[in-house]
Design a protein around this ligand. Structure first.
Ligand code: CO
Ligand code: ZN
Length: 329
């Protein structure tokens, strides 16, 4: 599993530019799916045919990043965020452009730290000393992401990026790989443009028209300095979402996931996320509407360069989803 996660994290793909990560995931799912296809927006589908109800599982392929808005006389690259960039946690991180050019992200306020806040001007310094030099490598509209990393820490805990949401993609790949023939008609969907407002999962739901839709994404934890009050903690097991700002999960689905986890002895916790949203919200409200919920992977420091996960939680998510998928809806 760690090899798969590592592989999926290595390919940077900002929202709207998911073609490269899509190719990587396609290779992983093709041996296990009955059919694999994409739609006009770039969502990637793996269909495992069944005669029962339609179940759609979604994890997003895109990640937050930056796009180039201007190039300064000094050679600095002015950037704007793609998705929920927190510049405080992004500042002084390594970034890499799609063409492989590397740089570091720096705030206009300088290294003193006092002026770091969202909405200020941020630049990527690629080490050039003039606009002319920079323009040889970078153009307006180019995209960059924080450099990928994957570092083992204490026990089975890893830091790096982008766990949001390659870890969800890895969980879906694993569930597909583990799935034997089942009654449910199951669609594993790797969605695009989640980070800019859950845009890909909307048409994907219209395509699939699921009876039940479950998003698999990271969730924040309450066990870090400065966290909003929430019960989810790293190592606490698969997080069964109850609600976030985009969705109130289906009550019966939540109850079913809870009792399934209890019955199968899978470590789990309940997630009430006081902010943010996931593909759950858009899937619930698309097409004819779906019974919707989410199984989340607890992640510390989401959207930073040092997101942190516990592999025991990841295993718990794979197990819980695996049990749910194979049970006739
Ligand atoms: Co995110
Ligand atoms: Zn996410």
């Amino acid at each position: 599993m760690t090899e798969l996660i590592k592989k999926l994290m290595k390919t940077g793909s900002v929202s709207g530019r998911e073609a490269r990560i899509s190719e990587v995931i396609r290779k992983e799912i093709e041996p296990y799916a009955d059919e694999v296809y994409t739609d006009n927006l770039g969502n990637l589908y793996a269909h495992k045919k069944g005669n029962g109800k339609k179940l759609m599982l979604a994890a997003h392929m895109d990640e937050i990043g930056f796009f180039v808005t201007n190039i300064k006389e000094s050679g600095l690259v002015e950037v704007a965020p793609v998705g929920g960039i927190n510049y405080v946690s992004a500042a002084y991180s390594y970034v890499v452009f799609e063409n492989g050019v590397r740089g570091v992200i720096v705030p206009e306020g300088g290294v003193s730290g006092n002026d770091l806040k969202n909405g200020e001007k941020y630049y990527i310094d690629i080490g050039a000393s003039s606009r002319k030099q920079t323009e040889k490598k970078i153009s307006i509209g180019d995209f960059a992401v924080c450099e990928s990393s994957f570092t083992r820490l204490y026990g089975r805990r890893y830091a790096g990026r982008p766990f949001d949401d390659r870890i969800g993609c890895a969980v879906l790949v694993k569930c597909l790989e583990n799935l034997k023939a089942c009654e449910n008609d199951v669609y594993f969907v790797f969605t695009v443009q989640e980070e800019v407002g859950c845009r890909g999962s909307l048409p994907a739901s219209f395509n699939v028209r699921p009876d039940v839709a479950i998003a698999v994404d990271v969730t924040a934890t309450g066990d870090v300095p400065g966290a909003k009050s929430m019960a989810v903690k790293l190592g606490g097991g698969a997080a069964i979402k109850i609600r976030d700002n985009s969705v109130i999960c289906d009550f019966e689905l939540v109850e079913e996931l809870k009792s399934l986890a209890k019955e199968k002895n899978i470590k789990h916790q309940l997630e009430y996320l006081p902010f943010g949203g996931t593909d759950t919200g858009s899937m619930q409200r698309s097409a004819r509407g779906a019974v919707a919920g989410a199984v989340s992977i607890p992640t510390r420091y989401v959207h930073s360069a040092v997101e942190m996960i516990d592999m025991a939680d990841v295993d718990a998510c794979v197990k819980l989803l695996g049990e749910y998928i194979k049970k006739p809806i």
